[in-house]
Ligand binder design. Structure first.
Ligand code: AMP
Length: 186
């Protein structure tokens, strides 16, 4: 299984990623987790990324694509992979496609904006302060949300390489969403 989890920040991608990863025995590739690890380790990349992340902005496509390129070389990716929080922009999606990274499915977890603000404001990460949350949502709408159309249109095309597109609601209990997510991937 090779898939992308798509959806706004706070939709529950990380939570569902853990279930999907276990079910299919594949690595979860979270660019957010990779960046937070770099911040914690205090690497030059981490120091630069922290400023951008705390402002609710996106780290540059070049940096992200470099991280992904290296990660996909690891042997555990031969079994499949789950991208969580990547791609986040059309250029990132196009780079993935140009590199012929195979995808079986794009799974969208859909949650309305007001619910996202409510959830994120109570989460307590450094980039979850209310102003940053609103900025991240704005960035999501402008830069990441277009991927819904991008992958939806690709799935509807005749291209045999196109991943299928599935959408589930991110409302309900964790167990309910898990059941919907696994059913969508079956
Ligand atoms: P996340 O944990 O996925 O919500 O990511 C936290 C923050 O890391 C985001 O708000 C961005 O600043 C940065 N980030 C994570 N993934 C990406 C990506 N694919 N492209 C650009 N920035 C990213």
């Amino acid at each position: 299984m090779r898939l992308i989890l798509l959806g706004p920040p706070g939709a529950g991608k990380g939570t569902q990623a853990a279930f999907i990863k276990e079910k299919f025995g594949i690595p979860q590739i979270s660019t957010g987790d990779m960046l937070r690890a770099a911040v914690k380790a205090g690497t030059p990349l981490g120091l630069a990324a922290k400023k951008v992340m705390d402002a609710g902005q996106l780290v540059s496509d070049d940096i992200i694509l470099g991280l992904i390129r290296e990660r996909l070389k690891e042997p555990d990716c031969r079994k499949g992979y789950l991208f969580d929080g990547f791609p986040r922009t059309i250029p990132q999606a196009e780079a993935l496609r140009a590199a012929n990274v195979v995808l079986d499915c794009v799974l969208e977890i859909d949650v309305a904006d007001e619910e996202i603000v409510r959830r994120l404001s109570s989460r307590g990460r450094d980039d979850d302060k209310e102003g940053t949350v609103r900025k991240r949502l704005e960035v999501y709408r402008a830069q990441t949300r277009p991927l819904v159309d991008y992958y939806g249109r690709w799935a509807a095309s005749k291209d045999k390489q196109a991943p299928r597109y599935r959408k589930i609601s991110g409302l309900g209990t964790i167990e309910e969403i898990k059941a919907k997510a696994l059913a969508a991937l079956a």
